[in-house]
Design a protein around this ligand. Structure first.
Ligand code: NAD
Length: 501
């Protein structure tokens, strides 16, 4: 088996197919092959060709990563937050230094365009920046609650914690968790998506270069068996998960049974309501950017447009803009052959059930790039009892549903199981306010297609888009990885003592 050069380099500087090193586990600051000896092919989805292999781990490998974390934890726990922050400042600088390498890497393993890969990295850098600033806020409050009596809250680390992440943002989603958890004083075990394990490999290298002591960031690669071993591992104190609802729900229950703190983010079916007074240009361009960016493989993609009354000119503008999208340049590929087939099945099913295919992306190809492609697709006259109207397609498909009133549109949104985000396009304040107040979604937008909160605001949905309390980023994210200790101290005696003094 090929030896991994350290640091591994990822030389691609264009979309041309490039082979990369095989991906091993990163445990205690070293690359290690898993105990199973089994490997999985990693495909470049733009080319549909194998670019490397990833080691497949089991409970034994998870235990080894947890042991490395346990060894490194005590010294890190005793490292002041201000010093922990220095590692993250350096990580930010190193990510900025290597931003092109990281962005091409994401593009190659995930199929995104270079610009989208860079978006993944830039948002990841923002999460690092947020965590690096946390010590400036002080990590708790204090108050003299009585004469001579002071109460304060401090946040202690939990110990060794873990994160399990999906394929669609190989750098950003790990960085939703890792910086906050490290800043809180924990050691971390990351299980990347087996489909896109290179981003984590590069992060391991950069964290070491930034001065993070070995053992505080570990990576175990694998599939279901590895994930279940993480969730059952008795010394892991908390697990963050981001992926599909089916898995999120299962793991949330399983982890809670073994006494772990769990936060599991799941799938999405984001409704975007368009009313007749909406600005046509702004609405069409925002919806196209939202529905087709990252080929619709985003948990904040607007996948269902609820057209209120006559908004036909806007639908036509959207369709015209979608027809202009250049596959391979404006829009990247689909992650895998099965994913491409799943998306095509949704389109065919909707067509059969009576939807009108306004723009059909099936069968589109990119010459010289023989990977997995679906062009931008617009389905009109969808109803929410069709699978395309109520299930997550996770591809470049916008389904348009028609209703007569805003009230109907809001009631329809309330029926969505996966309420990650929702948005309204209008030029009227009262309409916007009604929607913001009544939409049942964790992240709501007005005249914006991707209402992803930027740091320091936190990220998380409602309903079956999230299991567990709090959000995964921002202040909630930091608190998830720590436990509050409430300290009450009395260092003086006063004659006018209260019951507490
Ligand atoms: P996925 O659920 O298939 O995989 C996510 C992780 O779970 C991976 O690391 C994978 O190895 C593991 N996994 C897969 N099947 C498993 C099983 N049966 N048992 C245990 N572990 C398993 O998700 P994906 O296809 O990688 O990502 C796409 C999904 O993620 C979409 O549903 C999307 O909406 C969701 N997502 C949600 C958010 C959010 O913030 N809510 C963000 C990004 C992606």
């Amino acid at each position: 088996m090929q030896k991994i050069a350290h640091p591994p380099s990822f030389p691609a500087k264009s979309y041309a197919f490039t082979e990369y090193v095989n991906v091993k586990n990163w445990i205690g600051g070293q690359w290690r092959e898993s105990s199973t000896g089994q490997w999985l092919d990693i495909e470049n989805p733009r080319h549909g060709k194998v670019m490397g292999k990833v080691t497949l781990s089991t409970a034994k490998d998870v235990d080894a990563a947890v042991e490395a974390g346990k060894k490194a934890f005590p010294a890190w726990r005793n490292t002041p937050m201000r010093e922990r922050a220095q590692v993250l400042y350096r990580l930010k600088q190193l990510m900025e230094r290597d931003v092109a390498e990281l962005s091409w890497l994401v593009s190659h393993e995930n199929g995104k365009t270079y610009a989208e890969g860079k978006g993944d990295v830039d948002k990841g850098i923002e999460c690092v920046e947020y965590a690096a600033s946390l010590h400036m806020m002080a990590d708790g409050g204090q108050l003299d609650v009585s004469r001579g009596v002071n109460c304060r809250t401090t946040y202690e680390p939990l110990g060794v914690v873990a994160g399990i992440v999906p394929f669609n943002f190989p750098v950003m989603v790990p960085l939703w968790m890792v910086p906050n958890a490290l800043m809180a004083g924990n050691a971390f075990v990351l299980k990347p998506s087996e489909v896109v394990p290179y981003g984590a490999m590069k992060l391991a290298q950069l964290l070491q270069e930034a001065g993070l002591p070995d053992g505080l960031f570990n990576v175990v690669n694998g599939q279901r068996e590895c994930v279940e071993a993480i969730v059952d591992q008795p010394d892991l104190k908390a697990v963050g998960f981001v992926g599909s609802t089916k898995v999120a729900k299962l793991l949330y229950g399983r982890g809670a049974q073994s006494g772990k703190r769990m936060l599991c983010l799941g799938s999405a079916k984001n409704h975007v309501i368009v009313v007749p007074d909406a600005d046509p240009e702004l609405t069409a361009s925002n919806i196209v950017a939202s529905s087709y960016g990252c080929a619709g493989q985003r948990c904040m993609a607007s996948s269902l447009m609820v057209a209120v009354g006559d908004v036909q000119p806007i639908i036509e503008k959207i369709a015209a803009n979608v027809r202009k999208l250049k596959l391979g340049e404006d829009m990247g590929s689909i992650i895998s052959k099965p994913a491409q087939e799943r998306i095509e099945t949704y389109i065919a099913g909707a067509e059969k059930a009576g939807a009108k295919v306004l723009v059909d992306g099936r069968g589109q190809k990119v010459p010289g790039n023989d990977g997995y492609w679906v062009g931008g697709t617009v389905l009109d006259n969808v109803t929410i009892d069709m699978p395309a109207g109520c299930e997550e397609i996770f591809g470049p498909v916008l389904s348009v549903v028609h209703v007569k009133t805003l009230e109907e549109a809001i009631n329809l949104q309330h029926k969505s199981l996966y309420s990650n985000g929702a948005a309204i396009f209008t030029t009227r304040g009262a309409v916007a306010r009604t929607a913001v107040e009544r939409l049942e979604a964790g992240m709501v937008g007005v005249n914006i297609g991707v209402p992803v909160p930027r740091e320091p605001f936190s990220f998380g949905g409602f309903n079956s888009s999230k299991f567990g309390h709090g959000d995964i980023t921002g202040w909630d994210g930091f608190r998830f990885w720590g436990r509050p200790k409430k300290v009450t101290e009395k260092w003086a005696t006063y004659s006018d003592a209260s019951w507490m003094s």
